[in-house]
Design a protein around this ligand. Structure first.
Ligand SMILES: NC(=O)c1ccc[n+]([C@@H]2O[C@H](COP(=O)([O-])OP(=O)(O)OC[C@H]3O[C@@H](n4cnc5c(N)ncnc54)[C@H](O)[C@@H]3O)[C@@H](O)[C@H]2O)c1
Length: 414
């Protein structure tokens, strides 16, 4: 196998972004797309950009017989049933080699563990897509600072945020479908990247041991009556009855098992960030050195005056989740690379072609789900959760947050 034949299940926002990223990735082609909304448009894009000649298939089993790896880019609530179909097809003889899954691996610990079990049962290679660990800006900063780290000691504090003004589709807003609110949607990124920055050079992504979790979830903007109405009118989601958090912040504490040192990853995520568009912001402090990434700072700026603004039909061409189409706008020349999508696909392609799991496998994805669910539990209980306590670990196995059960009003409306 010299080229990895990829199949996409899901042809929406992230699938299109990954297709843009694929233009910069070697040794792979898009050969299959599952027949659902957006499939035809994605196939056209793939053909006109010479990513491959994708065939649109009506069943998951057919796809498994016509590609080397399948990427799950469909909504969170579809994960398990699709993964079950994949497993069944492989056991029945389909030649599929690997499976990729976008974050989050599961909406609960139970779901994420099920994903791991199903992939194991089918003997599939896995890749969990957490793009931020592949961001070149982050990894270049870490590379630059390794000598200082060697001399002075590791990072002790990482702060990471992912914020925008709210998701683009109704199912994200519905906590029973998505698995929660912004903590489930984007907290998984921020917790993962914080831990990555704190991880000493050359150690595995799960080297640092989780010690404790603090978290606060709140509904700061979208619970107000006028914004609830916007959600109802635009997405048919009722935040009077089934709200989800639009703001979450917390601290995950980790222990270095070799030195016993405790380090902290502080995370903040929101769907009420009414600035230019999506902002990823990370900074980290070590003894005598530091790093900082802010994706809203670009070498490229454009200005659109009021008169010219009328001609701008699609504000999102400027930046992911753009909120404005006039004035001084932040624009990125290569967002797919900025957010780490190109590097994460290249890693999955190279790894699968060499017959091994990607840098981040499903087991890693399940641990991130576990940390996110621990954050929900800490917020519900208003306590610092001891993640080393066997009783807490046991409870998390079957835990489903109140917010994801549609009972968010009990904690988000004081
Ligand atoms: N890493 C990131 O930065 C990032 C960004 C956005 C989304 N995501 C993740 O990607 C996944 C998809 O999000 P999105 O924003 O593309 O959503 P979306 O709603 O824009 O697109 C979902 C796609 O899935 C298809 N679909 C829906 N139900 C399906 C089913 N039962 N079977 C097959 N296909 C089905 C839809 O037709 C659509 O093409 C989510 O899990 C989300 O968390 C990750």
């Amino acid at each position: 196998m010299k080229t990895l034949k990829l199949g996409f299940i899901g042809a929406g926002f992230i699938a299109r972004f990954q297709a843009v990223a694929m233009k910069q990735v070697r040794h792979c082609e898009l050969t299959a797309i599952f027949n659902h909304t957006g499939a035809e448009e994605l196939a056209d894009y793939a053909r006109s950009n010479r990513l491959g000649e994708p065939v649109i298939y009506n069943t998951v089993a057919e796809m498994c017989n016509h590609c080397d790896a399948i990427a799950l880019f469909s909504p969170n609530y579809t994960r398990i049933s699709i993964m079950e179909e994949i497993t069944e097809a492989v056991i029945a003889g389909a030649p599929l080699k690997g499976v990729i899954c976008e974050k989050p691996l599961g909406r609960t610990v139970e779901e994420a563990e099920k994903m791991v079990q199903l992939a194991d049962k089918a003997g599939l290679l896995t890749s969990y897509f957490e793009n931020q660990l592949h961001m070149n800006s982050i990894n270049n900063a870490l590379h630059q600072l390794r000598p200082q780290q060697e001399a002075m000691g590791n990072f002790t504090l990482a702060r990471s945020t992912e914020e925008h003004s709210g998701p683009h589709n109704g199912w994200f807003w519905d906590p029973t479908q998505q698995g929660g609110g912004v903590l489930s949607d984007m907290g998984c990124h921020s917790i993962a990247i914080g831990r990555h920055i704190l991880t000493p050079a050359g150690k595995s992504p799960t080297f640092l041991e989780p010690v404790s979790m603090q978290c606060d979830t709140a509904l700061l903007k979208w619970g107000q009556p006028k914004f609830r109405k916007v959600l109802m009118d635009k997405y048919g989601v009722d935040y009077t009855k089934t709200p989800a958090e639009d703001f979450a912040t917390g601290i995950a504490t980790f222990r270095n098992p070799e030195t016993g040192q405790h380090v902290k990853a502080q995370f903040t995520d929101s769907w009420m960030y009414d600035k230019q568009g999506l902002r990823l912001w990370m900074d980290a402090l070590g003894p005598g050195y530091a790093m900082e990434v802010n994706t809203l700072i670009s070498p490229l700026e454009i200005f659109v005056g009021d008169e010219a603004a009328e001609s701008v039909a699609d504000a999102e061409t400027a930046l992911e989740k753009s909120t404005a189409s006039r004035g001084l706008l932040a624009v990125h020349p290569n967002e797919a690379d900025l957010y780490g999508y190109t590097t994460e696909i290249q890693d999955a392609v190279d790894s699968f072609l060499q017959g091994r799991n990607a840098m981040l496998d499903f087991r890693y994805g399940a641990e991130i789900t576990w940390l996110v669910q621990a954050a929900y539990l800490a917020a519900e209980r208003k306590v610092t959760l001891d993640l080393t306590d066997p009783a807490v670990r046991e409870e998390l196995k079957g835990y489903r947050s109140l917010i994801s059960q549609g009972r968010g009003a009990e904690i988000l409306y004081p």
